[in-house]
Design a binder for this molecule. Sequence first.
Ligand SMILES: *Cc1c(COP(=O)(O)O)cnc(C)c1O
Length: 336
Amino acid sequence: MIDLRSDTVTRPTAAMRAAMAAAEVGDDVFGDDPTVNRLQAVLAERLGFEAGLFLPTATQSNLTALMTHCQRGDEYIAGQNAHCYKYEAGGGAVLGSIQPQPIDNAPDGSLPLDKVAAAIKLDDPHYARTRLLCLENTIGGKIVPLPVIKRLTDYARSKGLVTHLDGARLFNAAVGLGVAPREVAAGFDSVTICLSKGLGCPVGAVLAGGKDFIARAKRPRKMLGGGMRQAGVLAAAGLYALDHHVERLAEDHAKAQRLAAGLREIDALKVDGPHTNMVFVDLPADRVTALSAFMAEQGIQILGYQPRLRLVTHLDVSMAAIERAIAAFKQFFARH
Ligand SMILES: *Cc1c(COP(=O)(O)O)cnc(C)c1O
């Protein structure tokens, strides 16, 4: 099977499983798990923060960050397409009583500064208290340029807001830009990293921030059910990934480049990308179902957000698999 639906589909490698099996563990709710503590420290250091907190998912990490930065009745600004606004079941509002203020994303994935400025509310009893600006990098696979990020975080700070980066795929941005991860995280008060996307872990996320912020974040994490016990088994996968699966993200980006170039040879397709490890393809809406069925017959899984496809490269698709996928697309469109 060639699975291009998402980079979340990777399975832990034999070497990662061996690292997990060998992990030293303790009760992490008591702070006793040495492997969790090491992962939190290593990742915080790489991102330029004082402390880290291990969580089951990046969704929970983002919600924990929202609930730590904001009180009930506060407001966070985020993009219409931001994961922490659009794809997390409204958790900030539902569980945190935090009002979202969505803003249309700019074409580069950032937020237009003038719209952010206009959304920040006066200190007036009519309004929620605007407290937090959330940005995302990469977003939809796109790397948001760092100078654009800096303008936004500087502006937010000048207005008394705190800032959170949903950096679920931050390492894709760092590798794509050829900069250190801490440069992508610079200027933010907190950052979420997802370990189970391109980094190839079976589960896990880390929230990084200042010491005091992370100490406070332990309460919402516990409230949300994210206080795990012998979690070192999972954290060991994260440590393994940081040592072995970061630089190789460049291979995923190269596979996405090849995929985009191959698909551009097909007239019926409009190809957007590659953006790091993602390629988006617009095709006539009436062919999506037939295409998906044809590809499934060829052992290739694709995900259609009709009429747009998102194809994602990762650890478990080889360059040979990409060539097979391109050939299958060409075969389908030669007939249809
Ligand atoms: C996948 C993703 C998340 C959520 O990650 P889970 O670990 O699946 O909860 C959050 N933000 C972004 C940008 C993501 O891509």
